[in-house]
Design a protein around this ligand. Structure first.
Ligand code: PLP
Length: 335
């Protein structure tokens, strides 16, 4: 894994086996980061749209809470995001909340976008200034495709941020097999860190109950050591996703379904179905109207994740997975 990441993530400091700790999935390791870096009662800073399981995975058993930064109409993937994180941080401090870490999902689930290098540098600086750890869940790192007329969209790992901006001991990256290798069933993830005390805590204590199985480790080793297979697999995957993205956008446009135009990562696209919410129910409770629409779609065989699950600020957004065959995609959008 260290050689693989040195090749694909381009870290400024070369990684070796001592920097990488495996466990039974990134879910377990997200919680491990929370347990190793924070004390009960502390908080973690997070952007408002985010992976819906973070609140469960990092909070449910740890006694922590999240502080959310809201971005309004500004682009949360540009350098602009820093001032919104700063405002949320300052407000929390005034309220007596002790924030210990900033958590990023990069590339982003559910918006499918990559952070610009300037944003990552700005956030690293912000963490260094305020003694915060920077945790970056990069489970979609290699599920990043190129789209026509969107040449500037690319992924940068926080491991690749220039030296001197943030103490490497504060940076912790999560990666795994569930997304880039379509192997969620292996239950295999890893956390990458140069911080020895952190690594020791995760290896020796926190992950005691979530060791990966030797069968999974063996399969993963065989996959990673077969370089021609990995290179071909990742290339085929991003080419297929790029084709699907173009197709799904064309189908959505034909059906006049609003969707996020930006984004070139992940297996999903962010839809705005607010115009289809029941107007009477919406007046009363917009989130109930969103849940009712999700149930109606599910009854028709179309299962979409609701925006509420991703802390969307307003009802009516849905995340649609588009990595299906063309027939299924056409049928789903038609319904
Ligand atoms: C951002 C993110 N992190 C972690 C996970 C879960 O990873 P794992 O299957 O390795 O537990 C997911 C799965 O949806 C995810 O989207």
């Amino acid at each position: 894994m260290a050689s693989h990441m040195n090749e694909y993530f381009r870290p400024v400091r070369q990684l070796d086996a001592e920097n990488i700790t495996f466990a039974a999935g990134v879910t377990a390791l997200n919680e491990a980061c929370a347990l190793a870096l924070c004390d009960p009662g502390d908080a973690i800073l997070l952007g408002q749209y985010n992976y819906g399981a973070f609140p469960t995975d990092l909070v449910a058993r740890t006694g922590l809470s999240f502080v959310y930064a809201a971005f309004g109409d500004s682009d949360q993937f540009s350098e602009n995001c820093v001032k919104h994180f700063e405002a949320a941080y300052d407000q929390a401090r005034q309220n007596g909340v002790n924030i210990r870490a900033l958590l990023l999902c990069s590339p982003h689930n559910p918006l499918g976008r990559c952070y610009s290098q300037a944003a990552l540098r700005g956030l690293a600086k912000f963490c260094e200034k305020n003694d915060l750890h920077l945790i970056s869940d990069e489970i979609y790192a290699l599920t990043v495709y190129q789209r026509p007329r969107h040449a500037n969209e690319s992924f940068t790992s926080v491991l690749a941020i220039d030296e001197g901006i943030i103490d490497p001991d504060r940076v912790h990256v999560l990666y795994g097999f569930s997304k880039d290798y379509a192997a969620g069933g292996l239950r295999l993830g890893c956390v990458i860190s140069h911080n020895r005390a952190f690594t020791q805590a995760v290896r020796g204590g926190v992950c005691r109950f979530s060791s990966p199985s030797h069968f999974s480790m063996d399969i993963a080793t065989k996959m990673l050591e077969d370089r021609p297979f990995i290179i071909r697999f990742l290339q085929d995957s991003i080419e297929a996703l790029a084709r699907q993205r173009v197709l799904v956008e064309a189908l959505l446009d034909q059906s006049r379904i609003s969707h996020l135009k930006e984004g070139n990562a992940g297996l999903f696209i962010w839809l705005d179905l607010s115009e289809f919410l029941d107007p009477y129910q919406q007046l009363d409770d917009g989130w109930a109207a969103e849940a009712a629409l999700a149930a109606k779609l599910a009854a028709g065989g179309v299962v979409l994740s609701t925006g509420k699950r991703y802390q969307s600020p307003k009802p009516g957004n849905f995340r649609m997975i588009f990595s299906y065959d063309e027939g299924t995609l056409r049928e789903g959008i038609k319904r």
